[in-house]
Design a protein around this ligand. Structure first.
Ligand SMILES: NC(=O)c1ccc[n+]([C@@H]2O[C@H](COP(=O)([O-])OP(=O)(O)OC[C@H]3O[C@@H](n4cnc5c(N)ncnc54)[C@H](O)[C@@H]3O)[C@@H](O)[C@H]2O)c1
Length: 319
């Protein structure tokens, strides 16, 4: 049994990981400012500390006792939003990561796991390897590269670190109210409201969609596996899905014949990439992890979840 800090633990991915840690008997402190989440979405059984990870006083006052590891998922997590306020993105994702690392080192935390993103890569055709150059096209991607550099700097000083460059994570718990983050949850939100899906950008863009439960399993595997001090993994499925194929899947789950999934074309967002898909050989070989939930299963299950949430809040209208 361990004692862990999960930053962003009231959010979509951090919440799922924190839930899994609590379920197996670990002690979890969630550090989250609730900027894109709420106390309601923080997992039961975890201690919630509401604080800003980019504020120095958080480390002086907010976290008591010693911890075995930090799982760092708290971030401004939207590429689109990063273009509205790039400096804030840097404050949280780069400076906040640095402050957290300093605190981790000073208090003797052994391990540090960091949520980075496929947004660090530039445009690449086909599955991208971790060795590909980091040439981000969004301020979000740049802030994640800076966070990664800080993590590596502390790894060189002895902190055991793992950085995950996560691809498009989807699944139950994703925020259906935020129309600026998460392709699956955004499209799903339109369909649930009975509206045409606003697609910002081309239909032949492609992504690598990885289920949040598979992502949580990878984080736990890294937490539990001793290994090299400085690990960096792509975390995706290796499978390419176009926006058109995703719309087909969603349309089918809503009972529409594929071609009838209602959609409205719109201009792309700044920094959006045409294609992104992971090469996952490294994480397969080193952690023995592989994705288990294919989109054909994950999408209908997520639609069921979203419908139950909408039913509970009484917000669904017939499509
Ligand atoms: N969802 C994806 O597809 C994806 C892909 C690649 C990387 N990531 C990264 O994974 C992590 C989790 O993403 P998510 O999808 O769960 O996003 P999310 O927005 O649901 O979760 C982020 C959490 O961080 C919290 N937070 C934001 N700013 C904070 C601050 N200054 N101090 C403390 N807490 C703060 C938010 O309130 C939220 O609960 C992020 O680092 C994100 O950049 C996500």
């Amino acid at each position: 049994m361990g004692r862990y800090v999960v930053t962003g633990g009231a959010g979509f991915i951090g919440g799922r990981i924190a839930e899994r840690l609590v379920a197996r008997g670990d002690e979890v402190v969630v550090l989250d400012d609730l900027s894109t989440s709420s106390a309601r979405t923080a997992p039961d059984g975890a201690t919630l500390v509401v604080a800003d990870l980019s504020a120095e006083r958080t480390y002086a006052e907010g976290l008591e006792g010693s911890f075995n590891a930090v799982l760092h998922l708290g971030a401004q997590s939207s590429g689109e939003i990063s273009h509205l306020n790039p400096a804030r993105d840097f404050d949280v994702n780069a400076r906040g990561t640095l402050l957290l690392l300093q605190w981790a080192e000073a208090t003797g935390v052994g391990k540090f796991l960091h949520a980075s993103s496929m947004a660090v890569y530039g445009p690449v055709e086909g599955p991208v390897l971790e060795s590909a150059p980091a040439r981000p096209r969004s301020y979000y991607g740049v802030s994640k590269v800076a966070g990664e550099a800080a993590v590596r700097f502390f790894a060189d000083r002895g902190l055991q670190t793992t950085t995950f460059r996560m691809f498009n994570v989807y699944g139950p718990g994703q925020n259906l109210d935020n129309l600026r983050q998460g392709m699956v949850s955004i499209y799903l939100a339109y369909l649930l409201r009975g509206e045409s899906v606003v697609v910002k950008g081309a239909l032949d863009r492609y992504r690598d969609f990885v289920h949040v439960d598979d992502v949580a399993s990878a984080w736990l595997a890294a937490l539990d596996t001793e290994g090299p001090v400085d690990r960096l993994y792509n975390l995706g499925t290796g499978r390419k899905t176009t926006v058109a194929q995703l719309l087909d899947q969603l349309g089918q789950a809503f009972g529409h014949p594929a071609a009838e999934c209602p959609m409205t074309a719109a201009d792309g967002t700044p920094g959006d990439m045409h294609g992104s898909v992971a090469d996952i050989s490294l994480i397969r070989n080193e952690l023995g992890w592989h994705p288990e939930i294919a989109l054909e299963r994950g999408i209908p299950e997520m639609v069921d979840w979203a419908r139950s949430v909408a039913d509970a809040t009484g917000s669904e209208r017939k499509v």
